[in-house]
Structure formats: C-alpha cells, structure tokens
Design a binder for this molecule. Structure first.
Ligand SMILES: Nc1nc2c(ncn2[C@@H]2O[C@H](COP(=O)(O)OP(=O)(O)OP(=O)(O)O)[C@@H](O)[C@H]2O)c(=O)[nH]1
Length: 622
C-alpha cells in the first residue's frame, strides 16, 4: 500500500462523511485498517493515537475502544462511525459459517409450517401466587397417565388441555419471575409469546406488578391477567380491573381488549378458563407456526453444572427438531446432544418446536437467553463457540470503559445532538419516588432535550432494573436504596450508570444540570500498569534507566509514574521520559514484556522496586 499524498495541506486519508462500521471491542489499529481498505493508502495506528490524544482521550493502538471514543475520532477524521450491534455481529459471525437464520426462515414456504404451542411466562408481585398457579396448572393438566409422576424442575414444561374439542399444548417458562424474562430479552432472545400477569385479588397492584407489566409491554408481548386468590374473603377482583385500567390494561368487560380471568390457585378454580384465554389470545393474532422438519434452532432457558451429569441446559426449541446425537452450539458452549429429558425426567428422542427439554452433552454452561443452533459438523459448533468467546472478551474490554453515564449525556447535549435521557427511579418509599418523578418532570429545558422515566418502583435496585437500563440505555437513580448483589454485578458487567442520592434536592439538581448541559466530568486516577525493576543501567544522556518486566497492565509513554519500594510509595508524579524495547523508542509495553524506562532527573531506583503507572479516566459519580 502507498502513503497517502497530502493535497492542500490535508492528508487524503481523511474522509468525507463515509460510514465506517466498527465491531464492539475494536481498536485504533482496526480503525486504521478500515481506513486503509476504504482509501487504499497506508494509515499508521500511531498517528491516530496522537490525533486522539490531542482530542483529550488517551488510548493505545491495540486497546479496545468504546463507541463514544470512536465517534470522537471519526468526527475529527471525517468519518461516520456505525457500531455493529452485538446481534448483527453474531449474525455476521454465523454468516461466515454459511448460517443465515433469517434467510432460512424467509425461505420457508407455507407448507413447511405447522402450528406450534404458545410459550407463556408467568409474572407478578412476590407472594401473589405465581408458583402456586403454575403448580395448579400442571396438576390439572399433565398428560394422562403421567399424573402423580415425579416431576422435576427444568425451567420450563408443557401442559395439555382440551380447547374447543382439540387437545392442545401450552409451554410454560418456569424460571424465577421476570428476572429470566428480562435477562433473555437483554440478550436479544424473544422466547415468550404471551405473559400471564398474576395479581392477588386481596392485595391489588403492587410495585412488581407494575414492573412486570412494563417489561411485557416494552417487549410487545400480549398480557392475560390472572386475578388470583379470589377464594379469600377480602378478595376484590373488580378493584384489580379498575387499578390496571390506569396502566393501559382495560378488561374486555370494561370495553377494552385484555382478558382477565378470576382464579384460585389454591382451590384450582378458573384454571381451565385461564388456559382457554391463553389459547384464544394466541389464536387471535399471534400466528404461531414453525417448521419442524429441519435441524433445530432455539434458546437456552436455564442451565447449570451438575456434579454427575456435567453441563445440563434446558433449551426451548423454536424451529426444527432436536435429536440425540445432534451437534449444537449455544452461546459459547458447544457439544453433542448425549441425552434429553423432559420435565418428568423421562428420556426423549426428539423435540419439536415449542418443546422444552433438558440437554446433556455441552462442554460448558450456556447463559439464559443464549441462542442455540444445530450444526452439520462437530467442528463447526466448536469454531463458532470459540469465535464468540474471542468477540466477548474484546467487547468486555471495551465495555469496561463505560456505557452511557450522565456525563456522556451532557457531552452529547453540548455537541448539539437531540437527546432523550431515559431514567429508572428506585426509592425506599413510594412517596419519595413520586415526589422525585414529579419534580424531575417539571424541569424546564429547551425542546431538544427530553426526559423519559421508563420505570419507577419501590425497593432495592434489582438485576431486572439493570437489564431494562441496558436495553433502553437508561440511567438508574437510586433514592435511599442500593443495588442487590446481582444488580451490582450486572451493572458492573454492562457498565450501567447508577446514581445514588439521599436528598431529593441534590438528585433534581444534578439531573437538571445534566439536562441543561452543565455537568462537568470529574476525573480520577487509575492504575494502568505495574513493572518490576530487574536491573539498573546508567546512561549519560538519561540518567538511571530501569530495566523492567511489565507485571500487569500496559506501561505507556504518556502515563504518570510512581516508584514503590517494599510496598511504600517513595516518589510520585514522575513522567516517563523514555520508554524503550531494546534500542527502539516505543509508545507502550504490555504485560510480560521487558523494557527500559527512564524517569528523567529522578534517579533513586533499585532492583526490586516497582514502577506503577497511572492514567486519568472519567470518574463515575455517586
Ligand atoms: N387463599 C389463597 N392463597 C393463595 C392462592 N395462591 C397462592 N396462595 C398463597 O399465597 C402465598 C404465595 O404463593 P406463591 O405461589 O408462593 O407466590 P409467588 O408469587 O410464587 O411468590 P414468589 O415466588 O415469592 O414470588 C402462599 O402462601 C400460597 O399458598 C390462592 O389462590 N388462594
């Protein structure tokens, strides 16, 4: 490739608004490659590192960058950046193996398709009777002859019911509440065709009822309401109907189009009517069909590591038929189907669409929501899994930088992009949540800025809040509440910004400032690399040079350094004046590599000392 000519003082590798597609986890070096392909001229990654540095962002040539950083760099160079979404990325990965799931589905003709059972998730507030209802459904509708058999929890099961004189199956996802539902949605897997919202008639609408229906509505999944515990003396089913009207769920008897069914999970009443309602909704407009005559595709519902059996994963077949001996890949897990069990613990030879089965034979445990596909050869399943693992690793590295934070929002605003700030509000008492919501909605800003509160609730910040924030790129505001362990892990993994407040005024203040584009980012120092001194050389030009091996992270030429002797910082705020590998000046040295570091006039270094480097990164508030 040739060097780019300079025309009118401008290097012609600069763009003219062309779009460059970048993968998650890509680096400056990848970006340079893309520009080279586009222009036909050589682009040095180091040049891009310098340009980015001059824009106030520090990154090495091979480090994974996030979307915001690519955009900054792209804008400077005259390119539009389009980040490839995780779904598209995986799609492209599969296409590389000749697998195009969408094309496959589109190529199916009407004759190939057969009706499949609806897949139903049961959601509702704690103690409103989800578990009991699922038990009741199961007890009254297991396949004849298997009643009383030992059932085992595999995360999903099918029941059979006579509907308009035909025996029909319904598949129930039986994972703990809507946590699984949102986890799967966050991963782009749509498994649920329909949701049953359980509301106890003696208790009425509670925070998780609202949360559950928000999730179902956001996913565009139709809802059937089961008004439970109608056997209780203080049951008030009419009130439940009344209350849900406010959330857009209007009962048929009130002129709306939502089916409400009164049930008692304890007494087993109303169950048949509920199943009929589910099938009516499914038949009315959901068009649930699939081709059973091809190799299977579906979604992992739950999975665990079993001491005796290894990885066991419950999968839901979405199209095709799964058979013993099939090679499958689910997320980053792969293997051959060694055995399949149904919810009764019975061995199954093949599983058609909408059938959940527990599969043995995968090499590791897939995550809930991972899509699985059957491949023609074992080798292909393994290669897909390995490629995905590499992609995930890179994406994680980039994501560690951050998702949207209030500061990003402010910056986007300052750049004049029209923006909507999505918020989730969680508080300790409903009064506070309402007060906060009301005050926030009253903030006056100009027309280009919008505040949307996509969910509010009382109680700790949960994993499902974080999942919702991930999907809608929202910021979570916690008023006197904290995330639970799972939520904390999820927010760290997904990089969701959670802001904690204990005074309503400061929450309003900060969000108002952000909406008005006044929030200034704060920076903090983080460790970027540690090197151990193994030799000290004297150089007439540079003073003492430390011969080091990098123990962790990356030592970069621009970083600040400190010297640590036996765990004590003996000098701080030093600049790295020279960084060399052998005789060459380099900009960075990574873990396990040797290098020579010169700290300018600072000479007090000994063998065994550590040089630790730090960089300034934007600090999450809270
Ligand atoms: N009277 C009456 N009690 C019920 C009925 N359904 C459930 N219950 C009781 O309500 C309590 C909660 O029921 P669960 O099925 O555990 O509720 P859940 O929604 O699954 O609760 P979590 O799993 O904790 O979210 C239990 O004590 C049940 O026995 C009903 O129809 N009538």
């Amino acid at each position: 490739m040739r060097d780019a000519p300079v025309v009118g003082g401008v290097n012609v590798t600069r763009g003219n608004g062309e779009t460059i597609r970048m993968r998650r986890g890509a680096s400056i070096a990848d970006f340079a490659d893309k520009i080279e392909t586009l222009t036909g001229y050589t682009v040095q990654p180091g040049t891009l590192v310098t340009i980015l540095f001059n824009l106030g962002e520090m990154a090495t040539a091979t480090e994974s960058l996030d979307e915001a950083t690519f955009e900054v760099l792209g804008e400077e160079l005259g390119y539009k950046i389009q980040m490839v979404s995780p779904e598209d990325e995986d799609k492209e990965l599969l296409e590389g193996f000749g697998l195009d799931l969408e094309k496959e589905l589109a190529a199916e003709s009407e004759e190939d398709l057969e009706i499949r059972p609806p897949v139903v998730t049961v959601m509702g507030h704690v103690d409103h009777g989800k578990t009991r209802l699922l038990d009741a459904i199961r007890q009254t509708n297991v396949i004849a002859g298997e009643a009383g058999g030992i059932t085992q929890h595999i995360g999903a099961y099918q029941v059979w019911t006579e509907h308009e004189e035909i025996e029909r199956a319904i598949t129930f996802i039986d994972t703990p509440g809507h946590e699984a539902f949102t986890a799967m949605r966050a991963r782009g897997a749509q498994v649920t065709d329909l949701a049953i919202l359980v509301v106890a008639a003696d208790d009425g609408i509670m925070p998780q009822t609202v949360e559950a229906l928000n999730h179902a509505q956001a996913a565009n999944v139709p809802i059937v309401v089961a008004v439970n515990k109608v056997d209780k003396p203080d049951a008030n089913p009419a009130k439940v109907r009344q209350q849900l009207t406010e959330y857009g769920l209007v009962a048929e008897e009130y002129g709306g189009d939502v089916m409400f069914v009164d049930v008692s999970a304890r007494q087993g009443t109303g169950i048949q009517e509920l199943l009929d309602a589910v099938l009516l909704v499914a038949d009315a407009g959901l068009d649930l069909t699939a081709n059973p005559n091809k190799s299977a595709r579906g979604v992992a519902i739950e999975a665990k590591l079993d001491k005796g059996r290894g990885s066991v994963a419950t999968v839901l077949i979405q199209s095709g038929t799964l058979r013993i001996g099939d090679s499958i890949v689910a997320g980053t897990a792969f293997g051959r189907v060694r055995a399949m069990l149904d919810e009764n613990g019975d061995a199954v030879e093949e599983a058609p669409p909408s059938r959940p089965v527990q599969v043995q034979g995968l090499n590791s445990v897939p995550r809930a929501g991972d899509v699985f596909i059957v491949t023609e050869e074992d080798r292909m399943a393994r290669q897909i899994a390995e490629k995905r693992e590499a992609v995930q690793r890179n994406a994680l590295l980039a994501k560690a930088r951050k998702r949207i934070s209030l500061e990003d929002f402010t910056r986007a605003l300052e750049e004049g992009k029209v923006e909507t700030l999505n918020l989730i509000i969680k508080g300790d008492v409903s009064g506070a949540v309402e007060a906060l919501e009301e005050s926030l909605l009253k903030i006056e800003v100009d027309d280009s800025v919008q505040l949307r509160i996509i969910h509010r609730g009382v109680g700790a910040i949960t994993e499902s809040d974080v999942n919702l924030a991930t999907i809608d790129n929202a910021i979570i505001v916690g008023f006197n509440v904290r995330p639970d362990t799972k939520a904390r892990e999820a927010s760290a993994r997904e990089g969701v910004d959670i802001r904690f407040y204990s005074v309503i005024y400061s929450a309003i203040d900060e969000i108002e400032n952000s909406l008005k584009g006044m929030l200034k980012p704060e920076f903090e120092e983080v460790q970027s690399g540690v090197a151990e001194i193994r030799e000290v050389f004297r150089s007439s030009k540079f003073g003492n040079i430390a011969g080091v091996i990098v123990r962790s992270g990356t030592i970069t030429r621009n970083a600040k350094a400190r010297v640590i002797r036996e765990g004590v910082v003996i000098a701080d705020g030093l600049a790295i004046e020279s960084l060399r590998r052998f005789k060459d000046d380099v900009t960075e040295v990574r873990t396990d590599y040797e290098a020579g570091i010169g700290l300018g006039k600072y000479n007090d270094i000994q063998v065994g000392d550590e040089i630790e480097t730090t960089e300034m990164v934007e600090k999450p508030r809270g």
